[in-house]
Design a protein around this ligand. Structure first.
Ligand code: PHE
Length: 338
């Protein structure tokens, strides 16, 4: 191969022109291959130095070296320039508006019944009560016998109670939360202050006011010198906390096998009396069955339906709304909103 000065000058000019014409980094990549890299004309001229006459080598070497130096410099300068250009374009086109709202995901929320249960638990915890729990599949003895509900009591018949096979296991789906009274008295020594919110079952058809699976909250106090006045005061406080300071309660004589005397609790809310639940002084027979010293201790118990409480409090007229789990219903309680 022969080397000519003119050729080197024109290769240099060509390379510089190509570099200066590049408009982006992608362009520059190809230009590097053609004019700067190992296969470029100037690189080949550099390799050809070895083949030329040694008398010319120094002169041509200088020429090729300075041409390549110039090309490299121009290339570096251009790539910095184009990288800056790319960065400033990215800043313009990919800008982030930090004032935009974030994307929210729906988190789900508590059912209004759960919220009410928590509210009731909180208010009784504030009075020094504990929250007690018991199983939904309960022994007949705890659900009925220990509560002084005799075998021929109508509450036991198939109409009301879900019996569970095999029948000789004597298990039922608890029909009320009162067996938790018994469990508590059997396992704890007085003084006892507990509430038990929980699921209960009765063989009712689902309609506007009934549901076969519902919830109750049971309250039980066993201590020295407990009277009906303590019960009334507690119920009034409970009613005011849930329904507002205007609410009051009234007791109407009634009958439950496990309390004596017994009463229905009504609340005065929105200008009228509404049936709310049952209550009474724990029957001595029940205390004895649970091994409580009746000379020293007495106690009261009460029980309310939570669905009913929710319906009264919020003017809900159809039980289906509570049971069906339509998100529009729960959202009207401010739950699970976007
Ligand atoms: N267990 C009763 C019911 O389900 C309610 C109640 C509880 C009554 C406690 C008196 C005392 O109807």
């Amino acid at each position: 191969m022969s080397l000519q000065q003119g050729q080197i000058a024109s290769d240099l000019a060509l390379a510089l022109k190509a570099i200066s014409s590049a408009t982006d980094l992608e362009d520059l990549k190809q230009i590097k291959i053609d004019h700067v890299g190992d296969k470029s004309a100037l690189a080949k001229a550099n390799q050809a130095l070895a083949t030329i006459d040694s008398s010319q080598r120094a002169e041509f070497g200088k020429l090729v070296g300075s041409a390549r130096g110039e090309v490299n410099q121009a290339f570096e300068k251009k790539s910095i320039e184009l990288a800056n250009l790319r960065d400033s374009k990215v800043l313009l086109t990919e800008k982030v508006d930090v004032t935009l709202n974030g994307r929210r995901t729906l988190k789900g929320g508590l059912h209004p019944l759960t919220i009410l249960t928590n509210e009731i638990s909180d208010l009784f915890i504030g009075l020094g009560y504990k929250v007690a729990e018991g199983p939904e599949l309960e022994s007949e003895w705890l659900n009925f016998d220990a509560l002084n509900i005799p075998a021929d009591h109508p509450a036991r018949t198939m109409q009301d109670t879900f019996f569970v096979e095999p029948l000789d296991a004597k298990l039922v789906l608890r029909t009320h939360t009162s067996p938790v009274q018994i469990r508590t008295m059997l396992y704890q020594k007085p003084p006892i202050y507990v509430i038990c919110p929980g699921k209960t079952y009765r063989a009712d058809e689902l309609d506007a006011t009934h549901t076969p699976v519902f919830h109750q909250v049971e309250g039980l106090v066993i201590d020295e010198n407990i009277t009906m006045a303590d019960l009334k005061g507690t119920l009034d406080y409970f009613a005011k906390s849930i329904f507002g300071s205007e609410a009051t309660t009234r007791l109407r004589p009634s009958f439950f096998p496990f309390t004596e005397p017994s009463a229905e609790v009504d609340i005065f809310f929105n200008g009228r009396w509404i049936e709310w639940g049952g209550c009474g002084m724990v029957n001595e027979k029940v205390l004895v069955a649970c091994g409580v010293d009746t000379k020293k201790y007495s106690g009261f118990a009460f029980g309310m339906g939570l669905e009913r409480t929710l319906m009264v409090k919020h003017g809900i007229i159809d039980m289906h709304d509570i049971v069906e789990g339509d998100v529009r219903f729960t959202q009207s309680f401010g739950v699970g909103k976007r």
